[in-house]
Design a protein around this ligand. Structure first.
Ligand SMILES: NC(=O)c1ccc[n+]([C@@H]2O[C@H](COP(=O)([O-])OP(=O)(O)OC[C@H]3O[C@@H](n4cnc5c(N)ncnc54)[C@H](OP(=O)(O)O)[C@@H]3O)[C@@H](O)[C@H]2O)c1
Length: 286
């Protein structure tokens, strides 16, 4: 490693201590023999503007961005690519000779992981739980990929606003529903795929789920983007209902692989990234 010519990449967010991204990206840099390092930097919400000024000043080559900065960073960048401007949130930044360009790889990462398991989502009835940062990105990608989408969220005005933004920007109608049992059961009745993009079930509240086995049918594909833990309560319920399950590791790896390709222009070593993320997950004490 030539330390004088090192290219620096970082994850910024708060918290970042549990992140699998440093392990994943550093494994990829090593595998391709790139003189690059990826670190995690805790940036509290009020410090974001200072942090971005430092990224410019210190010449960081790229960033990943996580909670709570995905939306706040938008106005601090010089340019957004289409993925980020559609969703209105950024999870990846490339420093292009001093110009900071924002991207969003969450939606495409989630769809790649899903399509890797079930093939095309075109024409599939998909129920998406959530209207937060990750759900927004996934909703746009699903709508563009031709899925028939119903979005369900605890805060109903938020999900209505998301549906009308998708309609305005893409000209595609999506259904909306509340988390009330009757509405949710009705939405799930004809669903091919259920995706949880809420934080329900995430560590430490690992025994929570928004949907129980009794509300699922045989053959329903149940995809939980939560990856802490990988076997969430929702996925355990899906197994009981004889559904197919997909965990959150694939999305994590694919959104990271897409970011890697944006930064380096090289094909990401996806298998190596997945193995590194898995090792890191196993190594953590819970
Ligand atoms: N696998 C991956 O690569 C990947 C990538 C990104 C995120 N994630 C995971 O996805 C999850 C969501 O992340 P995010 O960034 O979208 O978070 P966020 O922007 O904070 O959104 C949280 C969502 O969860 C809902 N929610 C939270 N607590 C709830 C409860 N008790 N009951 C019902 N709904 C609840 C919120 O509903 P309201 O709108 O009503 O508040 C909102 O829709 C996190 O667990 C994160 O780790 C995974």
């Amino acid at each position: 490693m030539n330390l004088a010519k090192l290219k620096l990449f970082a994850l910024i967010g708060d918290p970042v201590e549990q992140s699998l991204s440093p392990a994943m990206h550093n494994a990829a840099f090593r595998a391709l023999g790139l003189n690059c390092v990826y670190i995690a930097l805790r940036v509290p919400k009020p410090m974001l503007a200072d942090a971005i000024a430092s990224v410019r000043g210190l010449g960081f080559a790229g960033l990943n961005v996580t909670t709570p900065h995905k939306i706040g960073i938008v106005s601090l960048l010089d340019e957004l690519d289409e993925s980020a401007s559609l969703v209105g949130a950024v999870n990846t930044v490339k420093n292009n000779r001093g110009k900071l360009i924002g991207f969003n790889t969450d939606g495409e990462g989630a769809i790649r992981a899903l399509q890797g398991e079930i093939g095309s989502v075109e024409g599939k009835e998909v129920v998406l739980l959530g209207a937060g940062g990750a759900a927004r990105a996934i909703a746009f990608s699903l709508a563009r990929a031709g899925a028939r989408l119903t979005i369900v969220n605890r805060t109903v005005p938020k999900v209505r606003a998301l549906a009308s933004t998708i309609e305005q920007k893409l000209g595609i109608n999506v259904g909306v529903a509340s988390l009330g049992r009757t509405e949710l059961t009705k939405a799930l009745k004809n669903a091919d795929v259920l995706i949880n993009a809420t934080s329900v079930g995430m560590y430490p509240k690992i025994n929570k789920t928004l949907v129980r086995a009794s509300m699922m049918h045989r053959g329903l594909v149940v995809y939980d983007i939560v990856y802490e833990p990988l076997r969430t309560k929702l996925l355990r319920e899906a197994r009981r209902a004889s559904g197919k399950t997909i965990d959150g590791l694939g999305m994590l790896v694919h959104q990271g692989a897409l970011a890697f390709e944006i930064w380096t222009g090289k094909r990401a070593p996806v298998k190596i990234m997945r193995a590194a993320a898995k090792r890191e997950l196993r190594g953590e004490s819970r």
